[in-house]
Structure formats: C-alpha cells, structure tokens
Design a protein around this ligand. Structure first.
Ligand code: NAD
Length: 328
C-alpha cells in the first residue's frame, strides 16, 4: 500500500513509517524538521527507516517540506492510498507561548491534507488527535462521549482538527478517523516530557522535578500501541467518520512515576517540586473499549512494564540520545 506519513521524522511518525516499511508498504514521509527539539533525534529516526528498507519489501522516501505548502501536499496526497497525518506543533506549553504558530501548523496543515485528499482517490485519512481535547474530567476514564473542554490552545487545535475531519467525511465522503492519543512514550521519545526527563535526570544524579504536587495522573501509552492502532486502520473501514481513544487504559500519578524512576536509577535523590504549569490537564485516563470493539485494539503493556522497557532502551542508546535530550 502507498502510505503518506506527515511528520514522519518525528517521534510517533518515525515509528509509524518504520513499522509500515517493515510491513512491506511503500512509505513517503513529509517533514520540515521543525527545531522544536534537537534535530539529531529526527536524523536517527530517518536513519532507522532507511535501514529498515534493506531487510524487507517496503520502500521509504523522505520529502523535506512543509505541510502548509498546499501544492506540495496536493502532489504527495495524490500518490498515496492512505494518509497518516502526524505533522503538528505538539506540546501544550508551546501552544500557550505561540498560539498562532500552533493554529497555523495544526489547522493550516490539516486543511491542506483534507482538501487534497477530497480531490484524490484517497482511501482514508488517519489524524493524530489528542487526549488534550477533553481538558477537564467530569468522569474517568474518558470515553469518547465525555464532554470536550480543552484547557490549552493545543487542545483547541486538536479538537478543531477533529471537526474538520468529520466535516470532510460528511461533505466529501472522505473517510477520516481521528485517534485521540494519550501521552505517548518509548524509544526516541520527545525530550521535555515527564518520562524522558525523569530518566535523563536520574541517570545524571539530578533530582526529578515535578511541576505541581504530583497528584496529577496520566495514562501513558507505549508507542508500539499507537503503531498498532494506526496499522489496524489501514485495512478496515470500521471506524470511518469516528473518533477513538488510544491509550494504555492504565494510569499513574506523576509522583508515583517519579518515584518509580528514581527508586530504579538513583534511590538517594529527593524529588523536587516546583510551581504547577499553566494549561496542563489534571488527569487523563483512557477507556479503550471503542477501539477494542471496532478495531480489536488491545494495549500491550502496563505503564510500569513500559517504563522499565524505556529505561532499558535508554541505557542501550544513552551515548547518542542523552546529549540530545539534554540540549533540547
Ligand atoms: N507524543 C504525544 O504524547 C502525543 C500525544 C497526543 C497527540 N500527539 C500528536 O501526535 C503527533 C505526533 O507527535 P510527536 O510526539 O511525534 O511529535 P514530534 O514533534 O516528534 O513530531 C511531529 C513532527 O511533525 C513535524 N512538523 C511540524 N510542523 C511541520 C510542518 N509545518 N510541516 C511538516 N512537518 C512538520 C516535526 O518536524 C516533527 O518531526 C502530533 O500530531 C501530536 O500532536 C502526540
């Protein structure tokens, strides 16, 4: 199958591209190498995808360009059977500081993808949405019917993106599926996220820093589970026009997470608490029943198992990854 992965040099897009190549697909990735964090991590991702080609039937092409470039997007979408749209300005805090940039990339880019797909023979557009669309929990775990009241410009951009996807599905008969990812982690994960941060600091004898009192809880999702959900959608129309949570369905408080990492790597360190950050969601926890029912999706790991696996990966890749995490 010919698949376009936008944001394919990024953390999640890179794992998708690599897995699709290994599955024997013809993958094109579009990425502008946005310097949101050290680009060395994205170069490693691209290298992994190029290496994957050697051992399988799939092909891999990297196009360096901007998803806001309508002409370029139109050409690439026209050649793809399925578009897996990951390109975005991620990060809640960046969205508070640079809301215009977030709107520009997350919505401008998405409309280019949808508009092009509506005019092509595209079978399906799969959109990376986020648990940030929920914002304030009235009940947990979140089901897809839970009210959406985002608390950051980022969450607003993801919710607006879902509405765009639905409207294109309804107006143009363009099959779209929105996946609400719950905080994703794993090999080559973005720096400045709780797990990469805690692990990196503890390895270097620096205490993990918690913003707020640490009672906030998160559903952390191992990146392989995100890949699985996207992979399942390549061949089924069961979720067309729909929105699905993709999480681990497990959750953990940030304090417990910091203690787990600290106890494993540097038990002598005391955890440091700083002021809570603006626009962070208080709690996230996914119900994945809908994805289970429509796709057969099943999360593969508990958070504790996934964190242990990430620490093992970090240890094996510390030489190149750690300096890039610390410079970001
Ligand atoms: N990582 C998470 O926890 C998480 C959670 C929920 C949703 N998401 C969503 O998943 C997607 C992937 O996130 P990620 O964690 O891999 O982030 P990432 O920053 O690693 O990946 C995004 C990629 O998009 C590229 N990009 C940004 N602007 C672009 C533009 N204008 N044109 C072309 N490419 C552009 C970046 O260079 C980057 O490589 C995003 O849509 C994000 O909002 C991520």
């Amino acid at each position: 199958m010919r698949i376009l992965v936008t944001g394919g040099a990024g953390f999640i897009g890179g794992h998708l591209a690599e897995a699709f190549v290994e599955d024997g697909h013809n993958v094109t990735t579009l990425d502008n190498f946005e310097p949101f964090y050290d680009l060395g991590i994205k170069r490693q991702t691209v290298e992994r995808c190029r290496t994957a080609v050697a051992d399988c039937e799939g092909t891999y092409e990297l196009v360096e360009g901007d998803v806001r470039d309508a002409e370029l997007v139109s050409d690439l979408v026209a050649d793809a059977e399925v578009v897996v749209h990951q390109a975005a300005q991620a990060g809640v805090r960046t969205s508070v500081d640079e809301p215009r940039k977030v709107t520009d990339i997350n919505l401008g880019g998405l409309v280019n993808v949808l508009e092009s797909a509506a005019q092509s023979e595209t079978r399906r557009v799969i959109l990376a949405s986020s648990s940030s669309v929920y914002g304030k929990p009235q009940s947990l775990p979140y089901t897809e019917e839970h009210p959406t009241e985002p608390v950051s410009p980022y969450g607003v951009s993801k919710l607006a993106g879902e509405h765009y996807a639905r409207v294109y599905d309804e107006l143009h008969d363009l099959p779209t599926v929105c996946l609400r990812y719950f905080t994703v982690y794993g090999p080559r994960m973005r720096p400045n996220m709780a797990i990469s941060n805690f692990v990196s600091r503890c390895y270097n004898g620096e205490p993990p820093v918690i913003y707020g009192d640490g009672t906030q809880t998160r559903d952390f999702t191992y990146v392989e589970d995100i890949v699985d959900a996207n992979r399942l959608l390549l061949t089924t129309d069961a979720a067309d026009g729909d929105v699905l949570n993709v999480g681990s369905s497990d959750n953990i408080s940030i304090r417990e997470l910091a203690e787990t990492v600290r106890n494993r790597l540097a038990p002598e360190l005391d955890i440091v608490y700083e002021d809570a950050r603006q626009a962070d969601a208080e709690h996230t926890h996914a119900s994945v029943e809908k994805a289970r029912e429509l796709l057969g999706y099943a999360p593969s790991r508990s958070i504790e198992e996934g964190v242990e696996e990430f620490i093992e990966w970090y240890d094996a890749n510390r030489e190149w990854y750690e300096p890039l995490v610390q410079s970001s």
